[in-house]
Design a protein around this ligand. Structure first.
Ligand SMILES: [Zn+2]
Length: 231
């Protein structure tokens, strides 16, 4: 039976960095994938948040997100525009309510989101909000799988002992969809950097090969399984 998949990411590009190949694979297999990006990106580059000063860039980033998700075949994309890198300034309960509403609206079988041990504060706050929103009470019974992805230039940048390390126990073979992931990352030109930056196309390609080699496949994406409910 086809599944409903919800990807909850902090910033435009995280969804592709973390699980772009897996998204494309879900789509190819007939699943419906919904992407939600909670924070706006860009505005954390200034001392204080000023959306007006970055109006054009924000709108370009929004268009890039649309293109990147179209390439993967995502069914719907929602950009929520919460303050970039300042999610810790939001009331935690407000963030949980936003995530709860999204989950209630989409009723996904599978959720992909951030790992708790990332350097980026938005990633950590979203991880916490998602696990709270996915408490397994009867009304939430549709969420069968909760998976946490690694985000290049945040997960591996955490220092030893500062947070739980990313030790994957769930892999998805993306041999057939790696090219779509890389194409989708190209749509995020503005967010990508030159090799040998961790967030360069080449680094992401190597990461996919390395994660593939971890499990004896050509290319893969790696995850931490948060919870699996087999009905
Ligand atoms: Zn991010």
């Amino acid at each position: 039976m086809n599944k409903k998949v919800l990807v909850i990411a902090a910033h435009p590009d995280d969804e592709v960095l973390g699980c772009g190949g897996t998204i494309a694979r879900h789509v190819k297999e007939g699943d419906k994938v919904h992407t939600v990006i909670l924070a706006e990106g860009i505005t954390s580059r200034d001392k204080s948040r000023d959306r007006n000063a970055h109006k054009e860039e924000l709108s370009e980033l929004g268009s890039a997100a649309k293109r990147a998700n179209e390439i993967l075949g995502v069914h719907s994309l929602k950009l929520i525009d919460l303050p970039d890198n300042r999610l810790d300034s939001l009331n935690r309960l407000d963030l949980i309510k936003i995530v709860e509403e999204l989950i209630d609206e989409i009723k996904p079988n599978i959720i992909y989101t951030h790992h708790i041990g990332d350097v980026n504060i938005d990633h950590r706050r979203i991880h916490e909000a998602v696990i709270t929103a996915c408490r397994p009470f009867p009304q939430n019974h549709f969420v069968e799988e909760l998976l946490f992805f690694e985000t290049a230039s945040s997960t591996e940048w955490m220092t030893a002992g500062s947070a739980p390390p990313f030790v994957p126990n769930w892999y998805v073979d993306i041999t057939d969809t790696l090219s779509l992931k890389l194409k989708s990352l190209e749509a995020y030109d503005y967010e990508m950097r030159e090799w040998p930056h961790a967030r360069s196309i080449k680094a992401l390609e190597y990461q996919a090969y390395w994660r593939g080699a971890n499990i004896g496949k050509q290319a893969a994406e790696a995850f931490l399984l948060g919870r699996k409910i087999q009905s």
